[in-house]
Design a protein around this ligand. Structure first.
Ligand code: PLP
Length: 425
């Protein structure tokens, strides 16, 4: 056994992984472009962008250089009472591409903290205004992170079961489909009419962790419209959907009304360093725009606005908005759509859907869909043995590649999925 694996077994506790009964993790020694390299020399195509964080490929030289230069200039400084160019430049650039009306940026460390900040901002907004609004609305099946606030607004499942008694109360709307529009809208209206709704949080157009579930834009549009009519704040959790994943810079661009608060993280640094951003409208700022220390937003992290992470994000930003990346995103989207057409009638495919660079295939296992579906334990090793990293969510295979992926590499993924489907009977 390798030293990495030895030490791993002895000292490491991995995320979302039982401590027993799992195959050994693969030691990775290098990554470049769309590929990961294992210690034993296997070259694996990263078709899930390493948990949805990588945008431009691994070890992209522009981001590498930006990080190295920043580390040698200013690696970190306390962000209360001090400021710096990487943070200010990045905030300005982000505001230039964020949905309409989003004007101010609050930094934190990851997706979960960006959601915590959003919830706290929304709750304190009403507190500062002296208006009694406490209720939060979220969707069944939602995933917003693993800290207590973000767990509270997430789906109540086995993942949060031990913590259930500690999670705050939330009103959940059913996951929207074309068939339950009326039910969703009625429940929402009834809830909003109580007049106590502080905020409504949603993953725009696709719920990530609960199975890459894409849902109709029309219903979300209606939800946001109604929420705004009743002065409930709208929080778009774009931690996964941000930075081009859905074919537009932000999924909120597909909707007719912008959110009041937007959360981004994952792709923000191109997948190099952890960084979270919660950005909000002028309306929210107004409620905090006072010297009154009882109305200050008391939240922060040791590494808030870390200059190296901000520098990585700036380099990633320039790559993202380049013509080349923008056309690559469209190319991937077209390619996904074309292939989806070819498998939609496959007897082992329940459903195949795409949204921009996200491709989702639900496999018919004859046992319905579940994260703990048996087939999951087949899919993952199958594709690894074909040198492709596809980490299924239950019986759902999804592909969410870095934007540097080539047509040939995409075709390799598609043909291996076809081959896998052929093994099912
Ligand atoms: C991953 C994710 C989060 C949590 O982000 P972390 O960086 O893992 O804490 C929150 N919301 C959504 C939609 C996500 O996909």
């Amino acid at each position: 056994m390798s030293t990495i694996l030895d030490n791993d077994k002895e000292y490491i506790w991995h995320p979302f992984t039982p401590l027993k009964g799992m195959p050994d993790p693969l030691p990775i020694v290098k990554a470049e472009g769309a590929y990961l390299y294992t210690e034993s020399g296997q070259k694996i195509l990263d078709a899930v962008s390493s948990w949805w964080v990588n945008l431009h490929g691994h070890a992209h030289p522009n981001i590498v250089k930006a990080i190295a230069e920043q580390a040698a200039t200013l690696e970190h400084v306390i962000f209360a009472g001090f400021t710096h160019k990487p943070a200010t430049e990045l905030a300005k650039k982000l505001v230039s591409i964020f949905p309409e009306g989003i004007k101010k940026v609050f930094y934190s460390d990851n997706g979960s903290t960006s959601v915590e900040v959003a919830l706290k901002m929304a709750i304190q907004y009403w507190f500062n205004k002296g208006i009694e609004k406490k209720r939060i609305i979220a969707f069944e099946g939602a995933y917003h992170g693993d800290t207590f606030g973000s767990m509270s607004v997430g789906d109540r499942s086995v993942f949060s079961m031990p913590f259930q008694p500690y999670l705050f109360e939330v009103t959940f709307l059913p996951f929207p489909t074309i068939d339950n529009r009326e039910e969703v809208i009625n429940l929402l209206s009834q809830t909003l009419e109580k007049g106590d709704v502080a905020a409504c949080i949603y993953e725009p157009l696709v719920q990530g962790a609960s199975g890459m579930r894409i849902y109709p834009q029309e219903i979300l549009d209606e939800v946001i419209h109604l929420a705004k009519q009743h002065q409930a704040l709208c929080i778009a959790d774009e931690v996964m959907t941000g930075f081009g994943r859905t074919g537009k810079l932000f999924a909120s661009e597909y909707l007719s009304l912008p959110p009041d608060i937007i959360c981004v993280s994952k792709g923000i640094t191109g997948g190099f360093l952890p960084l979270g951003v919660t950005a909000c409208s002028v309306e929210i700022i107004h409620a905090f725009d006072t010297a009154d220390t009882l109305k200050t937003f008391y939240h922060g992290h040791s590494y808030t606005a870390n200059p190296i992470a901000c520098a990585a994000a700036l380099a990633s930003f320039d790559l993202l908005v380049s013509e080349e990346t923008q056309s690559k995103i469209q190319e991937i989207a077209d390619s996904h759509r074309n292939w989806a057409e070819t498998v939609k009638n496959h007897p082992k495919v329940v459903k195949v859907e795409c949204l921009g660079t996200i491709l989702v295939i639900e496999i018919n296992t004859g046992e319905g869909s579940s994260y703990f579906s048996e087939i999951r334990t087949k899919i993952y090793p199958y594709f690894l043995s074909k040198n492709i990293l596809l980490r299924p969510l239950g019986n759902t295979i999804y592909c969410m590649p870095p934007y540097c992926i080539t047509k040939e590499e995409l075709n390799t993924i598609y043909s291996e999925i076809n081959a896998f489907l052929a093994t099912l009977h």
